[in-house]
Ligand binder design. Sequence first.
Ligand SMILES: *[C@@H]1O[C@H](CO)[C@@H](O)[C@H](O)[C@H]1NC(C)=O
Ligand SMILES: *[C@@H]1O[C@H](CO)[C@@H](O)[C@H](O)[C@H]1NC(C)=O
Ligand SMILES: *[C@@H]1O[C@H](CO)[C@@H](O)[C@H](O)[C@H]1NC(C)=O
Ligand SMILES: *[C@@H]1O[C@H](CO)[C@@H](O)[C@H](O)[C@H]1NC(C)=O
Ligand SMILES: *[C@@H]1O[C@H](CO)[C@@H](O)[C@H](O)[C@H]1NC(C)=O
Ligand SMILES: *[C@@H]1O[C@H](CO)[C@@H](O)[C@H](O)[C@H]1NC(C)=O
Ligand SMILES: *[C@@H]1O[C@H](CO)[C@@H](O)[C@H](O)[C@H]1NC(C)=O
Ligand SMILES: *[C@@H]1O[C@H](CO)[C@@H](O)[C@H](O)[C@H]1NC(C)=O
Ligand SMILES: *[C@@H]1O[C@H](CO)[C@@H](O)[C@H](O)[C@H]1NC(C)=O
Ligand SMILES: *[C@@H]1O[C@H](CO)[C@@H](O)[C@H](O)[C@H]1NC(C)=O
Length: 509
Amino acid sequence: MVELMLLKLWLGIFLLDIISLSSKAGGAFVGVNVGTDLSNLPSATDVVAILRAHQITHVRLFDADAHMLTALSDTGIEVIVSVTNEEVLGIGQSPSTAAAWVNKNVAAFLPGTNITAIAVGSEVLSTIPHAAPILVPAMNYLHKALVASNLNDQVKVSTPQSMDIIPKPFPPSTAAFNSSWNSTIFQMLQFLKNTNSYYMLNAYPYFGYVDSNGIFPIEYALFQPLSAVKEIVDPNTLFHYDSMFDAMVDAAYNSISAFNLSGIPIVVTETGWPWLGDSHEPDATIQNAETFNNNLIRRVSNDSGPPSQPGFPINTYIYELFNEDKRPGPLSERNYGIFFPNGTAVYPISLISASGSSVGGNSSGVFCVVRPDADTEKLQNGLNWACGQGGANCTAIQTGQPCYFPDSLQNHASYAYNDYYQRMHLIGGTCDFNGSAILTSQDPSYGSCIFMGSSNSSSGNLFPPPAAGPVGPSSWGSRLEAFGSSGFLFILCLPLFMCNVNVFKFLYL
Ligand SMILES: *[C@@H]1O[C@H](CO)[C@@H](O)[C@H](O)[C@H]1NC(C)=O
Ligand SMILES: *[C@@H]1O[C@H](CO)[C@@H](O)[C@H](O)[C@H]1NC(C)=O
Ligand SMILES: *[C@@H]1O[C@H](CO)[C@@H](O)[C@H](O)[C@H]1NC(C)=O
Ligand SMILES: *[C@@H]1O[C@H](CO)[C@@H](O)[C@H](O)[C@H]1NC(C)=O
Ligand SMILES: *[C@@H]1O[C@H](CO)[C@@H](O)[C@H](O)[C@H]1NC(C)=O
Ligand SMILES: *[C@@H]1O[C@H](CO)[C@@H](O)[C@H](O)[C@H]1NC(C)=O
Ligand SMILES: *[C@@H]1O[C@H](CO)[C@@H](O)[C@H](O)[C@H]1NC(C)=O
Ligand SMILES: *[C@@H]1O[C@H](CO)[C@@H](O)[C@H](O)[C@H]1NC(C)=O
Ligand SMILES: *[C@@H]1O[C@H](CO)[C@@H](O)[C@H](O)[C@H]1NC(C)=O
Ligand SMILES: *[C@@H]1O[C@H](CO)[C@@H](O)[C@H](O)[C@H]1NC(C)=O
């Protein structure tokens, strides 16, 4: 029975993969927000060293700090700089202030520092609504200054907005911007369209989940598989929503579409999950944060868009690099960081995009595997370290994945050591693991278990994992089983919830 379900699982994944290989949209990325409101902030050089060690390719700064922009030069990292909310008013009232801002904070650092966008303010409409009338003028003046410097092709101008300006995001098909902002948003969208820019969205399933008072299952917020009875379907479009993240992005796309301006992509400039909160914030745990962010990376890296816009990958910036202990508000506000200031990950996380084009993905023809005579204690420690702080992608050695068999410490450690080494050797990672590892030119790949660095690994990820890390394949097996055995779907939407937070309906198979 178990084997049968596994077979179905594998077949299912294989079919999905054929589809994904033929429709690859070209590499969605996951970047990171770099907030600096912390008491023991490392130097700009150290921050950039941490970014590079974890192969982070895209960052958003909340200002345009000269030290950071200098340290980021010649790194290949793409940078969004920000006009702070304090600066927006001045810039929106004066083209010359805007031009001076662009010269000092953008033009001065190009081309060495790859600044690709200016984010104008942070959630201006919901945090400083009195500035709404000058928001689009500020964007315009900045854009004109870029045009004057001939930088408008490489540097886009946009403005991150929170989900708060979409009062009823669920179901996505009926979502709309708060009509108080109609005219500002219309001007903003016209600007984005005319300048080939994109909509910047800050979307937190954490708040969507917490504010829904238990109406949504937490699995939905964490990108985990939903049991058949809890599948979430938009009653108007019949789109299935695997995650609240997808639903939020679609809510924004639908809100935009009411203005008849098509083709403006959405980039998620902030999302994340706090790993510590006070007694009123029981969902802010390390376990949930780890699950959310790792599943988010998998979700974004699969390159597909949300159900209503499958062709627009959802480029996303995680909030945030470090905990910002000086920020006000509840304890959770100060605990979104994914790394400590010493560069250690708070929990295992790998930002290396699953699209296979990571910065260090240089196929060297050399592999790092276990030493035949290594003792098991060292191997266990090495395996734990590689899959944890080392940032190796150990998905392939989990139960049901292609490198799980042979189920031995030696095999699993070899896979993990090599994955770590291939990612890190260009930036100083070694093949040592306390003497338990050795380099070899012999490709250890076998069957469908492809080791990174193998000439066969360029074919992509033949067996992408199910959407959720911690959940074993059996739940997927049973879900596919449910589809398979019924032959076709009975769709029976029951209006379980009609509160003003959402009117989602659950699908019963
Ligand atoms: C990519 O993610 C979306 C949303 O979870 C999912 O519907 C889709 O099947 C995934 N595609 C692949 C090829 O895994
Ligand atoms: C900067 O980023 C853009 C956008 O991805 C890219 O096309 C360009 O090649 C990058 N420039 C440099 C100098 O790396
Ligand atoms: C819409 O925005 C206005 C102005 O900020 C606010 O007073 C109102 O409560 C908002 N409406 C909804 C439904 O959120
Ligand atoms: C703007 O606001 C009005 C109500 O004031 C509403 O009827 C309209 O649909 C809104 N949206 C757009 C896109 O104009
Ligand atoms: C969008 O187009 C539809 C159909 O052409 C029209 O009814 C609607 O008024 C338009 N909305 C706006 C905001 O222009
Ligand atoms: C990094 O900092 C964290 C938190 O302060 C600490 O727990 C960890 O041991 C440190 N790691 C190293 C290698 O110093
Ligand atoms: C890998 O890197 C080495 C040294 O940096 C270089 O000589 C080699 O050409 C690279 N190989 C590939 C496939 O890019
Ligand atoms: C390396 O192995 C030795 C035993 O050979 C052990 O005492 C030491 O703690 C190990 N170091 C690490 C970092 O695991
Ligand atoms: C790579 O793929 C080819 C053709 O599919 C196969 O013959 C070869 O054995 C594979 N090499 C490894 C190391 O798996
Ligand atoms: C980890 O590896 C699996 C294949 O084993 C791949 O499908 C997945 O996308 C990778 N995840 C990340 C975050 O690179």
